[in-house]
Design a protein around this ligand. Structure first.
Ligand SMILES: *Cc1c(COP(=O)(O)O)cnc(C)c1O
Length: 326
């Protein structure tokens, strides 16, 4: 296995906790666990921290002086990228979809607190174009920008979740199902590759946030195989080996529905645990629905891999709706 450059700033291993009160409320005698990647330690934590350990190390190894990335206005990825840039003395440019806000809240507020420069664009198509142009412009100006891909989901970033699976196996938890939010695919690519490579006997199920299952499976398999090549291991995956449930993606990215609200409330009131309105609220809502319809055999141990995002609870667009039925 190759030694990829890696900085060490995540708080690892993240704890695994039981969720007995939530488990008792659900049918099927399921034992629920949670892996706390909402506690990775960088600027309120989240799954991008593990990816950034590899991405920022690669950027610095290449002599970069600035990180450039893109996302939604309330992107957790951009918040953690801005924090990592600040920590390593790099400048940071973020291309965000939306418009400047008079009183920025939550992740956007934190982006600015970390000193990131923000470029606003109208939609995803414009975002990709402006991202390319910004990198070109910075290169022309003699800066050395490092493009952190959307969601940190390059082979370099996904390596973070390959090693996260190794970490999980060393914790010797009895879970045979791992369920989590999947979107740009880096988390799932790393976990699925690690599961096969290190011999996890259970299933790794991504709840798609915003992609049709066939597209996400193909993308995750390709990304996993590129990650394997970069790591110098011979393990490979086909799209058929990637498990995705896309039923809960239908409302669209960032659309807050009763599914998310109920999941956030149940986790909060039974376990004192916080979920986020965009990713973990949707994934946990999907997990609850699957348990209620008997998708897992009786007595199964199921681990919810918490991917973070909790600052989103304080975003102006979500906070007012957390307590009301939508
Ligand atoms: C980015 C993100 C995800 C999705 O992870 P991917 O690797 O992009 O699939 C899930 N949950 C949270 C909170 C995120 O910020």
């Amino acid at each position: 296995m190759h030694n990829l450059p890696r900085f060490s700033f995540a708080h690892l291993p993240t704890p695994i906790e039981a969720m007995p009160r939530l488990s008792a409320r659900l049918p099927g005698k399921i034992t629920l666990w949670v892996k706390r990647d909402d506690q990775t330690g960088l600027a309120f934590g989240g799954n991008k921290t593990r990816k950034l350990e590899f991405l920022v190390a690669e950027a610095v190894a290449q002599g970069a002086k600035r990180l450039v990335s893109a996302g939604a206005a309330q992107s957790n990825h951009c918040r953690q990228t801005a924090a990592a840039a600040a920590r390593y003395g790099l400048a940071c440019t973020l291309v965000l979809t939306g418009a400047p806000e008079e009183r920025p809240s939550a992740n956007l507020l934190l982006d600015q607190l970390f000193g990131a420069e923000i470029i606003w664009v109208a939609d995803r198509a414009e975002r990709d174009r402006v991202l390319r142009e910004s990198v070109q412009h910075l290169e022309d100006a003699g800066e050395r920008p490092y493009l952190v891909p959307y969601g940190g989901s390059s082979p370099t970033g996904a390596a973070g979740y390959f090693f996260a699976m190794q970490e999980f196996l060393a914790q010797e938890n009895p879970a045979t199902w791992i369920v989590f939010a999947s979107s740009s695919g880096g988390t799932q690519a790393g976990l699925a590759l690690g599961a096969k490579h290190f011999g996890f006997a259970g299933q790794v199920l991504g709840i798609s946030i915003d992609e049709p299952a066939d597209r996400l499976r193909a993308h995750v398999a390709e990304l996993a195989n590129q990650t394997a090549a970069q790591l110098g291991i011979s393990t490979r995956l086909t799209p058929q080996e990637i498990l995705v449930e896309d039923r809960f993606a239908a409302p669209g990215y960032g659309v807050f529905t009763e599914l998310e609200r109920e999941a956030i409330t149940l986790f909060a009131r039974n376990e004192g645990l916080l979920l986020d309105p965009v990713y973990t609220g949707r994934a946990a809502g999907g997990l609850l629905a699957l348990i209620r319809e008997g998708r897992f055999p009786t007595d199964t141990h199921v681990l919810f891999w918490h991917t973070g995002g909790t600052p989103g609870l304080f975003a102006d667009r979500y906070a007012p709706h957390l307590l009301e039925t939508v």
